[in-house]
Design a protein around this ligand. Structure first.
Ligand code: DGP
Length: 214
């Protein structure tokens, strides 16, 4: 049975993720491919509202507590995500568990601890990492006022994203040069996506299956 493809778009703040995700969605619809776009954190749910307050510095939370909220925010959508894929709809996710791992590890939490709560989530078929130098991203119009939106944090996050891709346990990982013009990035994104345009055979995998066994 063919199911929808699960595609994740990751990258630094201001790397153009949301723009590229929207452009890819529009192209999929134009090509007659059923597709849906999901953004994490999903700030609309009760858990997402707690995350939103934290990111806007309206609430203080322990680093581990907020890490678990980000993960719970993904888990609360996991069943719906699986059902959408099974129905033959391709799902694009603007950020996913890789953001969870690298942002929290950048804050000093142990990497293995950071991965554990997301282990077992639906695993993407392809992750597109939109790579851009933090100073280039900042020059695009400046970071906002949210937590993490500063160059030192973004530089650590970039390094950890790169290592995540090289580690081989993030599944298929394609790095796209997000410093190019928007059209060129969109072209590279499409080239990476194209093998998945007709959907995927087989079941959705599980993320980091060896992280937590039992
Ligand atoms: P965005 O809405 O895409 O701007 O993301 C909000 C911020 O939260 C951004 O700086 C990245 C960060 N972030 C996204 N997912 C996670 C996560 O799972 N854990 C942590 N600690 N940070 C995350």
């Amino acid at each position: 049975m063919t199911r929808g493809a699960f595609i994740v778009i990751e990258g630094l703040d201001r790397s153009g993720k949301s723009t590229q995700a929207a452009a890819l969605l529009a192209r999929l619809h134009a090509e007659g491919i059923p597709a849906a776009l999901h953004k994490f954190p999903d700030r609309t749910t009760p858990i997402g509202q707690m995350i939103d307050a934290y990111l806007r510095s309206e609430a203080e939370l322990d680093d581990r507590a907020v890490h678990l909220l980000f993960s719970a925010n993904r888990w609360e959508l996991a069943a719906q995500l699986n059902a959408t894929l099974a129905a033959g709809t391709t799902v694009l996710c603007d950020r996913y568990a890789f953001s969870g791992a690298v942002f929290s590890t950048s804050k000093g939490l142990p990497a293995a601890w950071c991965r554990a709560p997301d282990a077992g989530l639906p695993a993407p078929d392809l992750t597109l990492f939109l790579d851009i130098a933090p100073e280039h991203a900042r020059a695009r119009g400046g970071y906002g006022a949210e937590r993490y939106e500063n160059e030192a944090m973004q530089a650590r996050v970039r390094e950890l994203f790169a290592r995540m891709g090289e580690s081989g346990d993030a599944g298929m990982w394609v790095t796209v040069d997000a410093g190019q013009a928007q059209d060129a990035v969109a072209r590279d994104v499409w080239t990476a996506f194209e093998p998945f345009a007709r959907g995927v055979e087989g079941k959705v995998g599980q993320l980091w299956p060896n992280t937590v066994q039992g």
